[in-house]
Design a protein around this ligand. Structure first.
Ligand SMILES: CC(C)(COP(=O)(O)OP(=O)(O)OC[C@H]1O[C@@H](n2cnc3c(N)ncnc32)[C@H](O)[C@@H]1OP(=O)(O)O)[C@@H](O)C(=O)NCCC(=O)NCCS
Length: 185
């Protein structure tokens, strides 16, 4: 997995020594549940999940440039048969609460989209948020994604939740980047 560098962040492979920092935010009640997973109950649980993520090699650790400490994760996942058959992946992310609202996640998403289209040559990247997750909705809209549909998924406690789904293909993404650059000039 390639390390990606942005203005403020380094997205790097996860390491088993990230476990303390991972557990520190994964146990919080306002992090995992918004992304569909239960808060971790013990550092052992974080350790097992971290080990699995390292093995799957789909998730980058988010760190600030000046400090190699895990503050979140971002990944590109094959969620279902269609994703695998159509060369698509879904982006998912979390970031610890003290770092909210600084634009770090959109910055990480942009680096991952560059990598997804330019290096992995994916046909499409998908992204979704629970209808009540307005913070994630903002990230998705600021990242140029286009709304496609709603689907129902099972929450970690098995209750059904409605997810708003969005997508971007290569050309749509490049057009969004182009427009963003034009606005800056
Ligand atoms: C969703 C999440 C990744 C957003 O990350 P971020 O780095 O804060 O993203 P941004 O800085 O672009 O902020 C997104 C929006 O959050 C809102 N926000 C900012 N700071 C906030 C705070 N302290 N509390 C609540 N909302 C806040 C703002 O509306 C902001 O959008 P705006 O700046 O365009 O107004 C982060 O909130 C998070 O990890 N939440 C828990 C897990 C999660 O929801 N993951 C996504 C699953 S789909």
């Amino acid at each position: 997995m390639k390390t990606l560098v942005t203005k403020h962040l380094i997205l790097r492979p996860l390491k088993i020594t990230d476990v303390d920092d991972f557990y520190a935010y994964a146990k919080k009640p306002n992090i995992g549940p918004m992304a569909g997973w239960a808060p971790h109950h013990s550092i052992q649980e974080s350790y097992e999940i971290l080990k699995m993520m390292i093995k799957e090699n789909e998730v980058w650790g988010i760190t600030l440039k000046h400090e190699d400490r895990l503050i979140g994760t971002i990944g590109l996942h094959v969620r279902n048969f269609d994703n695998a058959m159509l060369n698509q992946k879904e982006v998912g992310y979390v970031i610890d609460e003290p770092y909210w609202g600084k634009g770090y996640t959109p910055e990480a998403v942009e680096a991952v989209l560059d990598y997804a289209f330019d290096t992995l040559e994916l046909t499409k990247v998908l992204c979704g948020h629970a209808t009540n997750n307005l913070q994630s909705e903002r990230v998705i809209k600021k990242s140029g994604f286009i709304y496609t549909h709603e689907e129902v998924r099972n929450h970690f406690d098995h209750t059904p939740i409605t997810i708003k789904m969005y997508a971007l293909n290569h050309d749509q993404y490049k057009e969004w980047k182009h427009d963003k650059l034009k606005d800056k000039i």
